[in-house]
Write a protein that binds this ligand. Structure first.
Ligand code: G3P
Ligand code: CA
Length: 353
């Protein structure tokens, strides 16, 4: 009789809090996203982790920004000396005009100040426009280390590489500076509180043998394709990745998935219906983070839009916790921390009457 060896797999030993509350781009419901002020506010509000997106400058420095084009979240358009850098590019098939991180040096980025992306929806945050610089990844890691020491708790960082294949095609690897920054901060080890995420499987497969921190495959709209696979002519969609066979494949190079919330539960004629995704992922020992939970009614499923402005985010978070998710990524960490804490305590205070 032959003994079948288990297939090679990638398993990290994380100290992650479960279920975790992850502040999306910092406490971005209250302050301009991806600023040290927004991250610090999130930590003060009790978030277990902060989430940040990374792009590269022309000189290869990782910046905390959600997209390559900078004018939606900074005052770059107000700098006459940078006007000549305005251009049009095709990023993953989408034609975009503006100022791109990969055309600016770090010295030029240092002159910019952050702006609220959703100014009409979040006027309180927009009141902080012009106050905060654009941080580098290195500066975020330094701040998180300081906050962890000051607060006596280890604060996690969930890093998302934005468009790594596109960036590499411009001659700017995101993988190399990421690995270098993590190693310089002593954060590349199996009990690190850093997690690396991206929508692009090829970047995670590249990182798997290089890093010891947990890796998360992000899953977007089911009918769309990861940009790297599309560029390679690979027909797989996110639906294929989210299938049981796709999850088994993800388990070979990653430790978890990060699913758009509509992949986990959705509104069907006023009733919330759960998919099998959490169960299927857990069967492969993959953790499940869900994004993005926002308090404004426009971003919530219809059954939770009970008020005109902010809906019942706590109720929606509780539903997702009932489904067994491992992390909730949110613009409003205070609301979700309260819901998570109430959910965790609930069974222990019940009496058997
Ligand atoms: O953390 C995952 C989530 O942030 C992905 O969506 O567009 O907000 O980066 P996005
Ligand atoms: Ca993100």
């Amino acid at each position: 009789m032959t003994t079948q060896m288990p297939r090679p797999t990638r398993r990290t030993s994380s100290l992650a809090v479960t279920p975790a509350v992850v502040a999306h781009r910092g406490a971005s419901g209250y302050l301009p996203e991806h600023t040290l002020a927004a991250y610090r506010a999130a930590i003060a509000l009790g978030a277990d982790d902060i989430e940040l997106d990374l792009v590269s400058t022309r000189d290869g420095v990782l910046l905390a920004r959600h997209e390559q084009e900078l004018s939606r979240t900074t005052d770059v358009a107000d700098h006459p000396e940078l006007a000549g850098l305005r251009t049009t590019k095709l990023v993953n098939g989408v034609e975009t005009t503006g100022w791109f991180a990969d055309d600016l040096t770090l010295e030029q980025v240092r002159r910019l100040r952050a702006r609220e992306r959703l100014a009409e929806l979040r006027p309180g945050s927009a009141a902080h426009d012009g106050l905060h610089p654009v941080p580098t990844f290195d500066e975020v890691l330094t701040m998180v280390g300081e906050e962890s020491v000051a607060r006596g708790r280890s604060i996690g960082v969930m890093v998302e590489l934005k468009d790594p294949a596109w960036s590499a095609a411009q001659g700017l690897s995101l993988v190399d500076p990421l690995v270098a920054d993590l190693r310089r901060h002593g954060l590349d080890h199996a009990r690190s509180r850093v997690t690396v995420m991206t929508f692009e499987p090829t970047a995670l497969q590249q990182l798997a043998p290089l890093l010891r921190v947990p890796l998360v495959q992000l899953l977007g709209e089911l009918d769309r394709r990861p940009a790297d696979l599309a560029a390679l002519g690979d027909p797989r969609t996110f639906a294929d990745l989210a299938s049981p066979a796709g999850l088994a494949e993800i388990e070979r190079y990653a430790d978890g998935i990060g699913a758009r919330h509509s992949l986990v539960t959705r509104d069907v004629a006023g009733r919330m219906v759960a998919s099998d995704l959490v169960r299927d992922a857990h069967r492969e020992w993959l953790g499940v983070h869900v994004w993005t939970l926002r308090a404004e009614a426009a971003y919530l499923p219809a059954p939770f839009r009970d008020q005109a402005d902010h809906g019942d985010l706590a109720g929606y978070a509780t539903l997702l916790l009932d489904l067994g998710v491992d992390g909730l990524i949110t613009d409003h960490p205070d609301v979700v921390v309260a819901a998570r804490d109430a959910h965790s305590v609930g069974p222990r205070v019940r009496t058997a009457s």
